[in-house]
Write a protein that binds this ligand. Structure first.
Ligand code: CA
Ligand code: CA
Length: 108
């Protein structure tokens, strides 16, 4: 499913622009694209787009390219940003982000 079925292209662009040269802040990014107000069901759909290999988790390798899931123009995250993102979301410390952890990051 294209991300634009779930989120407005204009808001995605705005959020991507905001972090084009700034350090990526996942909570703020998700808020900017309009995910805070989204139902848990739709947050899960976003999660499934970002879980490219369909493993049920967003692994570090997928996290690095997470912005590409929102738009093909999205930049890659730096290694430091990827690590910080994982640290913020990975509450059980298994090195990947599950749906509950993703939802908590979006809605907390
Ligand atoms: Ca995965
Ligand atoms: Ca985890």
């Amino acid at each position: 499913m294209p991300m634009t079925d779930l989120l407005k292209a204009e808001e995605i662009k705005k959020a991507l622009d905001a972090f084009a040269a700034e350090t990526f802040d996942p909570k703020k990014f998700f808020e900017m694209v309009g995910m805070r107000a989204m139902s848990a069901e739709n947050v899960k759909k976003v999660f499934q787009v970002l879980d490219v290999d369909g493993s049920g988790f967003i692994e570090e390798e997928e996290l690095k390219f997470v912005l590409k899931g929102f738009s093909q123009d999205g930049r890659d995250l730096t290694d430091a940003e990827t690590k910080a993102f994982l640290k913020a979301a990975d509450k059980d410390g298994d090195g990947k982000i599950g749906i509950d952890e993703f939802e908590a990051l979006v809605h907390e």
